[in-house]
Ligand binder design. Structure first.
Ligand SMILES: [Zn+2]
Ligand SMILES: [Zn+2]
Length: 279
């Protein structure tokens, strides 16, 4: 399978306008950026999540078709770019009654309770796009087969204070399998299907002084690097990639490099925008 990490940023892109923290300044100086968190699987043209910058991410990765769109959870940093369906799936028509003509329809999958949590907030938009014929929205209650790819969803209630549900996706094709769980993954669900995967893409954890500060302030729902490493040691993927890297976790380039060295036995790599992974 061939994957592109379209956006490796956290709940806010970095650098952030208005922010002069060391992370944002380092990225500014280097001329790099991390846009909203999103993943594309080229096999089957499958997109996971739509951050606000998704159009730019798809354009720079040279992706021009989305057959399937899966959402992990309702949070705005993963859903507010859903208008990509209008941007990609319509053409300007001369029909006077309706100038936005559908040229393609994307199947949109929202697993279990995630369906209700998204539709109660963005329902009218998705109804409009269904009416246009550019989206078919489905409650995902069983694995989805797309060409040779099987997508399974493990939905669980997170510790996030919005009491939201989030999703761990398990994606397999022939003998290869990867797991995608980019945001709000505490408590990480126990599931035997997660074992033995070729690749696990998880959110980055808090680490160093930022983590110590959170721990000092009492209970928190944010995951730590220690917990991420525990998950990886339990499920033993061949390769571990961490994404959703916002400036709030305070990690500079050298911190990421140090962690990659420290956990070289786990084959840990931090994601970057446009990162291509082959498994
Ligand atoms: Zn910043
Ligand atoms: Zn997020």
């Amino acid at each position: 399978m061939r994957l592109t990490v379209l956006g490796s940023g956290g709940f806010r892109r970095t650098p952030r306008p208005g922010c002069h923290c060391p992370v944002c300044e380092e990225m500014r100086d280097a001329g790099t950026q991390r846009l909203g968190c999103s993943l594309f699987l080229h096999d089957g043209n499958i997109l996971f999540d739509t951050p606000e910058e998704i159009a730019a991410e798809l354009e720079s990765a040279g992706i021009h078709r989305i057959e399937h769109l899966f959402f992990t959870h309702w949070h705005p940093d993963h859903t507010l770019g859903a208008r990509i369906l209008e941007i990609m799936n319509t053409q300007w028509s001369e029909r006077p009654e309706w100038r936005m003509a559908a040229v393609h329809r994307t199947d949109v999958h929202m697993p279990g309770p995630v369906y209700g949590e998204i539709m109660s907030r963005l329902g009218p938009f998705f109804e409009f796009w269904q009416h246009l014929g550019i989206a078919k929205v489905e409650l995902m209650d069983a694995p989805v087969q797309a060409e040779n790819v099987k997508v399974e969803a493990v939905v669980f209630k997170t510790m996030h204070r919005t009491m939201t549900h989030s999703t761990v996706y398990i994606v397999s094709s022939q003998s290869k399998k990867f797991v995608y769980a980019p945001c709000d993954i505490t408590p990480f669900p126990k599931d035997d299907r997660v074992h033995g995967c070729d690749l696990m893409i998880l959110q980055v954890g808090w680490h160093g002084p930022e983590m110590a500060e959170r721990a000092r302030n009492g209970p928190h729902y944010e995951i730590s690097m220690d917990e991420i490493i525990e998950i990886a040691r339990e499920y033993k993927p061949t390769k571990l990639v961490l994404t959703h890297i916002g400036d709030e976790v305070g990690m500079l380039r050298k911190d990421l490099e140090t962690l990659e060295e420290t956990y070289a036995d786990l084959n840990l790599q931090f994601a970057h925008d446009g990162m291509v992974i082959l498994i």
